[in-house]
Design a protein around this ligand. Structure first.
Ligand code: DC
Length: 239
């Protein structure tokens, strides 16, 4: 992680980068950190999902980088950090409730393999976090979006545990109720693609702190992560 000199450059406090695969608990932890330390919570996966929704609505070919790059020029995605998580505006429309559908989840992973789509996303995300005071969650925050983040955490868990958690989340949702096997299988496929893509594959930054939540309770994970983050906060923020 970075030095005092870099830390002093951001007016609103540190950038806390949380990366890791689906189902590792990133969103829960990011929401907790945002509440506890008064940070803005930015879920970058929601941006890839919103862009996938746009591709789906416009019939763009998600395997064509050129088609998607053309689409980025006509797309505005805004994340609003709320106590309930992120509100996502796609070209001004609140699409938050449309982004967890299985079809959009799979498409988000597919649009995210393209380098020029990623460059566009990364530029937007850097602008959103430039002032600091944010916890930004995704796959490439510590490696590509903010390689100089003050705090980098890579949150992981065994595939079995993550599949289980993802299934429980999905089953809770009124939007989709899929068979357990389908959810777990889809998560594995998405993971494979996220880890093996050529552009910014999912992997820990060399200076990230690895936290494996497989055999930890949520309270234990929270305690570990609070202890990692707290020293990086300016005195003016709550601890
Ligand atoms: O975090 P999520 O499940 O909402 O992310 C959806 C997809 O977006 C995920 O499969 C990979 C992609 N993604 C990415 O490539 N880089 C990020 N920083 C965040 C998400």
């Amino acid at each position: 992680m970075s030095t005092d000199v870099q830390r002093a450059l951001r007016p609103n406090g540190p950038v806390v980068a949380i990366d890791g695969p689906a189902g590792a608990g990133k969103s829960t932890i990011a929401a907790h950190l945002a509440r506890r330390f008064g940070l803005l919570n930015l879920e970058t996966g929601a941006m890839y999902r919103a862009f996938a929704l746009k591709a789906s609505r416009t019939g763009a070919d998600v395997d064509s980088e050129d088609a998607l790059v053309a689409l980025t020029l006509k797309t505005k995605i805004v994340l609003e950090s709320t106590s309930q998580g992120n509100k996502v505006l796609l070209d001004g429309e609140n699409v938050t409730d449309l982004l967890r559908r299985q079809e959009i989840t799979a498409m988000a992973s597919r649009v995210s393999v393209h380098g020029r789509v990623r460059s566009w996303m990364v530029a937007e995300q850097r602008a959103m976090g430039a002032q600091g005071g944010v916890v930004m969650e995704g796959r490439d925050i510590g490696t590509a979006v903010f390689p100089d983040a003050e705090v980098k955490i890579f949150l992981d868990a065994s595939p079995e545990k993550r599949g289980e958690r993802r299934f429980e989340q999905t089953a809770d949702s009124s939007v989709v109720a899929e068979a357990r096997e389908t959810v777990i299988q889809e998560m594995r496929e998405r993971d494979e693609r996220d880890r093996n893509r050529a552009e910014s594959p999912l992997r820990p930054a060399p200076d990230a702190v690895l936290v494996d939540s497989t055999s930890l309770t949520l309270d234990q994970v929270i305690a570990k992560i609070d202890a990692i983050v707290a020293p990086f906060l300016p005195e003016s923020l709550p601890r």
